[in-house]
Design a binder for this molecule. Structure first.
Ligand code: ADP
Length: 655
């Protein structure tokens, strides 16, 4: 194939522009990205070679080599991994295949700092080379292909790239970075060693550099180009030394690993800039043997809400990398967890399909789930400062102190996803319920657990009250809360989209039923005294004729109309029947374009309210009835079916 020019896909061009314009503050990540690609390429080769050892040719030792040439101003990263065919080079280095990354590119703001943060979460991969290079040459040959099928790919990182076939004796890939003037200091052994130590120490593949030789206090530059240029090639001069630890971190004993090393490893596998919130590292023995190293990130990724998002678990079998994103190893509601599982039992040629069915995998998944839950329980336990007892507060140990507020941090990022587990993982539902936190009518921060709530329940209160709403403001000010506020009864405020759905699966906590204050008939049980009950009954009696008229006027909108003692300041509110879908959930489904049953709510009116008192005998009865209904709908974040008619009615009365 002679030289061909191809244009980059539009998203790539956009990404490239961003990479070269906004990643200065984190330049050095390019090396981590390219080494990570090299390591992936070796993993892929090892995997394919399981069924075809011929792919190793005469070089079974997989490795990455770094070399530079100060005169030519190049830095080269060479691997003897799987390599690429010409078509693969065109596809993989010219387009963005992953839809997640595409979405991400469209979200970029142009603001350096926040974009850099975003990039950290996705990893720009290969294109990060253009942070330090104004031209990149890739020379690559697919394992198993003939030397004549080598490929040279060249681009200046703007609109297009060139591809041609060349002769390459060895399989694998060399990425040759033509360094920008201001990036020339990367052509330096110490600098490269330092960066590798920081980001790529635990890549389980050796990373080699030519040994520098000194003579009479003078550095003799090794002739790197000779060896470095040829993928996987042997160097003709000089010796090579391994500059990373090249041992899989998770196989080392816990006591030999520092927090910093754990955090670095996390950054490597997650491509996140930020340190993880916490992690757990265990060797599990028994009928299935495996090692797990699981991390909880500090920040939620952009695409957390994509339920198709792949789990962040890498599967290894006896230290051989098998696959990324092993979704079978973690339930979907824990899709934010990142880490490594290394199994001693699974066959090396395990496929995704096989994973779904394997009993070992099921056991690993259960084990990992339990581990993550205990890790969260532990964080939750240490989240709050101990309350003073008899005026004495315990002094926290340094370790406990460090954990203070960590669970709240976790919950703010991932709490809503965790709730999906209530409907997905019945076996762990009780544990998950204990991990939930809410704001309440008496506590503004999302910190109230069901247990906290129960401990504060009033004498005679026999339910955990909650309300779901679209926003915190709507929840807090909702009319249904009025009597609870008056009586000083706490109500949990739920404003996550998933709440309504998730709570469907939880009817009680520790023997106490959960009760929505916007569902069913109003009944405070023992919390209402006889006098109040009597007054309510009397009001219902006197209001009978008005209720009948209201029912008739609103028969298309309301299932029923009744008086209530739920309200204090508001004239009316809407509730749904006990087993009905809430108005909020119905709205949400409709917005999401899904079919929702037509919910006809019950209109409840406050017999003590001036407006309601005026109804009887009013010449505007019909308009007032509709205004009452529409206002009740507005108060809970809904919209009147005919907003213009509503405005007309109100204006008619106003004038
Ligand atoms: P990612 O690694 O996240 O998939 P990149 O942009 O870094 O994204 O790379 C795109 C693709 O190019 C990779 O998925 C891989 O198929 C191919 N690739 C990159 N570097 C190498 C390499 N050193 N050897 C073989 N293939 C590579």
């Amino acid at each position: 194939m002679s030289k061909q020019t191809h244009a980059f896909q539009a998203e790539v061009a956009q990404l490239l522009h961003l990479v070269t314009h906004s990643l200065y503050s984190n330049q050095e990540i390019f090396l981590r990205e390219l080494i990570s690609n090299a390591s992936d390429a070796c993993d892929k080769l090892r995997f394919e070679a399981l069924n075809n050892t011929g792919l190793y040719e005469d070089a079974p030792d997989l490795q990455v080599r770094l070399s530079f040439d100060k005169t030519a101003k190049t830095l080269t990263i060479t691997d003897n991994g799987i390599g690429m065919t010409a078509q693969e080079a065109i596809d993989h280095l010219g387009t963005i295949a992953k839809s997640g990354t595409k979405d991400f590119v469209s979200k970029l703001s142009g603001d350096q700092k926040s974009d850099a943060q975003l990039i950290g979460q996705f990893g720009v991969g290969f294109y990060s080379g253009f942070i330090v290079a104004d031209k990149i040459t890739v020379e690559t040959r697919r394992a198993g292909a003939t030397p004549a099928e080598g490929v040279r790919w060249i681009s200046g990182g703007t609109g297009d790239f060139e591809v041609e076939t060349i002769e390459l004796p060895k399989r694998g890939t060399s990425v040759i970075l033509h360094l920008r003037e201001e990036a020339l200091d990367y052509a330096n052994t110490w600098k490269l060693k330092e960066i590798v130590g920081k980001y790529s120490d635990h890549i389980s593949l050796p990373i080699l550099m030519a040994k520098e030789e000194w003579q009479d206090g003078e550095l003799i530059e090794p002739n790197n180009e000779e060896g470095g240029r040829q993928p996987g090639g042997m160097v003709k001069t000089g010796e090579w030394e391994t500059i990373n630890k090249a041992s899989a971190l998770w196989t080392r004993p816990k006591k030999d690993i520092t927090d910093e090393q754990y955090a670095d490893f996390y950054k490597q596998i997650s491509r996140d800039f930020e340190a993880p919130l916490t992690w757990t590292h265990n060797r599990v023995e028994g009928s299935t043997e495996y090692t797990q190293l699981l991390y909880i990130p500090s920040k939620a990724p952009q695409d957390l809400w994509n339920r198709d998002k792949k789990a962040g678990i890498k599967l290894y079998v006896k230290r051989v990398f098998i696959m990324d994103d092993a979704e079978a190893l973690m339930p979907s509601y824990l899709r934010f967890v990142k880490g490594v599982v290394d199994s001693a039992d699974l066959p090396l040629n395990v496929s995704r399909e096989l994973l779904q069915e394997s009993r070992d995998v099921k056991a690993i998944r259960e084990g990992c789930t339990k581990r993550v839950l205990s890790m969260l329980e532990d964080l939750a336990k240490h989240d709050k400062e101990p309350e003073a007892q008899d005026g004495v507060t315990d002094v926290l140990s340094e370790e406990d102190n460090a954990q203070l507020g960590q669970y709240s941090k976790f919950y703010a990022e991932f709490g809503a996803v965790l709730k999906e587990g209530l409907g997905e993982d019945f076996g762990n539902q009780a544990r998950l319920s204990k991990l939930l936190r809410f704001a309440s009518s008496t506590h503004d921060t999302v910190s109230v657990s069901f247990a906290d709530y129960k401990a504060r329940m009033k004498e005679g209160q026999d339910a955990i009250y909650y309300i779901t709403a679209d926003t915190m403001a709507a929840a807090k000010n909702s009319p249904q809360l009025e009597v609870f506020k008056k009586k000083g009864i706490e109500v949990l405020l739920m404003t996550d989209r998933v709440d309504e759905w998730a709570l469907n699966f939880v009817n009680e906590f520790d023997g106490t039923p959960l009760q929505s204050v916007a569902k069913g008939a109003f009944d405070l049980g023992k919390l209402q005294d006889e006098e109040e009950k009597k007054a309510a009954e009397d009001a219902a009696e006197t209001f009978k004729p008005v209720l009948a008229k209201l029912k008739e006027a609103l028969k298309d909108k309301a299932e029923d109309v009744r008086v209530t003692s739920r309200l204090v300041d508001s004239p009316a509110c809407l509730v749904v029947t006990d087993d009905g879908m809430s108005m909020q959930l119905a709205r949400m489904l409709k917005q999401a374009g899904q079919s929702a049953p037509e919910v006809k709510p019950v209109l409840e009116v406050n017999p003590e309210h001036a407006l309601v008192k005026k109804l009887d005998g009013s010449v505007h009865f019909h308009d007032l009835a509709h205004i009452l209904f529409d206002q009740a709908l507005l108060a809970e974040g809904g919209l009147p079916a005919d907003p213009a008619a509503y405005v007309k009615r109100v204006n008619a009365l106003l004038s």
